[in-house]
Design a protein around this ligand. Structure first.
Ligand SMILES: O=C(O)C(=O)C[C@]1(C(=O)O)C=C[C@@H](O)C=C1
Length: 261
């Protein structure tokens, strides 16, 4: 039995080396295309790859094992293309489970940089085109920092974990959009406003509305709306009509591929 395990390990090693050689070729092509400059991360490709792997998965293989092996491979494949730093909130801001989520998503090779405050985190990705940040889905600090920053090219590019797991933490990845957000993508919109009424009535069916520390923050009420891309235009029209009422502000935070369910 152990002889067979050794043979399997040798075969896996060959296949993984072949995968890294292929990624190196992808890197050469990417660096030849000026438009592709910046972070090597391609979230749309990553989620479609994870979706395909979940379909191929054999029942003997536990989902968390498959997910972590490939997140590690993709994380390593990203780092051999360029040093992509991952900015994240310090554990005091986001908790230890969030740190695990970040490591599980980006792999062992990713250099992490922790930030004590949200504006510093947003400034770091604004200043470094190759970098990304990972932020908790439910927090309002990063939303406010993103709304306050003038960096229009930085926004939400992914939802993590990319394969839904009953995990203790979830978040969004911030960076510069590098691959086409198409079918199966969602749009994240922030609604901020002093005395604005609950905006649920303004939204088309299928929109998910999450109050973010509703009413409690010093900046007034804040909601995050997640929309299927097919609904985006209609919803934005409806929301824009109300913009200014009671100080309601509407801002698209970004687009991300829907995680694998
Ligand atoms: O397809 C690419 O563009 C790659 O760089 C390869 C790869 C992968 O390992 O499969 C790595 C990073 C990207 O985010 C997407 C996929």
């Amino acid at each position: 039995m152990r002889v067979r395990i050794d043979e399997i390990d040798a075969a896996l090693m060959e296949l993984m080396a072949e995968r890294f050689r292929m990624v190196d070729e992808v890197r050469t092509i990417k660096s030849a295309q000026a438009a592709q400059a910046g972070s090597p991360m391609r979230p749309v490709r990553e989620v479609s790859l994870m979706r395909r792997l979940m379909a191929l998965r054999r029942p003997e293989l536990p989902v968390p094992v498959v997910v972590r092996i490939w997140r590690e491979l993709i994380g390593g494949a990203t780092q051999i293309q360029a040093e992509m730093r991952v900015h994240m909130p310090a554990t005091a801001l986001a908790g230890a489970a969030f740190r695990d989520l970040a490591r599980d998503t980006f792999g062992t090779m990713a250099p992490f940089m922790e930030h004590e405050d949200w504006s510093g985190l947003v400034a770091a990705i604004s200043d470094h085109a190759d970098d990304v940040a990972v932020v908790p889905a439910s927090g309002r600090g990063w939303v406010e920092a993103l709304l306050a920053a003038a960096a229009d090219d930085v926004g939400v590019i992914a939802r993590v974990p990319m394969v839904a797991e009953p995990s203790a933490a979830d978040g969004f990845v911030l960076g510069r959009a590098s691959d086409e957000a198409g079918d199966g993508c969602r749009t994240l919109i922030a609604l901020a406003g002093g005395a604005a009424p609950d905006p649920a009535g303004l939204l088309p069916g299928g929109a998910e509305l999450a109050p973010v520390a509703d009413g409690a923050g010093k900046g007034g009420r804040l909601w995050l709306v997640s929309l299927d891309s097919a609904l985006e235009e209609r919803a934005l029209d409806a929301l824009k009509e109300r913009e200014g009422d009671d100080g309601l502000a509407v801002r698209v935070l970004g687009r991300y591929p829907s995680p694998v369910e």
